[in-house]
Design a protein around this ligand. Structure first.
Ligand code: SF4
Length: 222
């Protein structure tokens, strides 16, 4: 996202009666963004005056010079919390949810199931990408970015927005939709559950990636 988009986001937060209680910066790897520090400081400035939210959470892999430098520079900062992925030091991930196993490829799947999304939303909350708001970050950053449906909302969602069209169109591709509560908790904890199968990529995703390779996806910007 650009600094201008972050400024716009902060302006939208300021206008909310009930702004979010948590703001997290996720990637990819957020610290490699060329304006990462400017963005972080803009958000810190915001939370310092916000009664709802007191810190910015940054999820980083803790690798690379930039990530390590930021971890050092911001250690102990009262308004910044770095969360270093426990993957660091565990090169072989033995448990991972099958994101690319699209529920829509399952026999008898009904899109109605997607209307509620999945348990990940409880952990992740709303997602804002350069292309707008999504009901969860994975819907925007992982799915619409590839499918190119351009479903990102360009304004802060109202409290009664149920995101039905995003869920119907995007969650049907998301393997997390079928995850049980236990699976979600395990994937967050990176538990060593021995599933050594290759990740499954179902037909809908194979087709989507093939199209993605052949044509540029164009999404309108937030
Ligand atoms: S199914 Fe996937 S896209 Fe839908 S809410 Fe869950 S994680 Fe997000």
């Amino acid at each position: 996202m650009t600094v201008a988009q972050i400024d716009r986001f902060i302006g939208e937060l300021d206008a909310q009666d009930a702004p979010p209680k948590h703001i997290s910066l996720l990637g990819g790897e957020p610290t490699v963004h060329p304006d990462f520090e400017t963005i972080l400081l803009r958000l810190v400035e915001h939370v310092m005056h916000s009664p709802a939210c007191s810190a910015i959470d940054v999820v980083t892999n803790g690798r690379g010079r930039r990530s390590r430098d930021f971890l050092k520079d911001y250690k102990g900062h009262p308004n910044v919390r770095f969360h270093v992925s426990p993957k660091h030091g565990h090169p072989k991930i033995e448990y991972f949810l099958p994101f690319n196993h699209a529920p829509v490829d399952e026999d008898g799947f009904s899109a109605e199931v997607a209307l509620c999304g999945c348990r990940y939303q409880v952990f992740l909350g709303l997602g804002l990408t350069p292309f707008g708001y999504y009901h969860c970050p994975i819907a925007g950053g992982g799915i619409d970015r590839v499918l190119g449906l351009d479903l990102g909302k360009k304004n802060f969602p109202t409290a009664d927005d149920k995101f039905e069209s995003q869920r119907k169109s995007l969650c049907i591709y998301c393997g997390f939709l079928m995850a049980t509560k236990e699976m979600v908790e395990r994937s967050f904890a990176y538990c060593d559950v021995a599933t050594r199968e290759k990740p499954r990529i179902s037909e809908a995703w194979r087709n989507a990636y093939e199209k993605y390779r052949l044509r540029a996806v164009s999404l309108s910007r937030y």
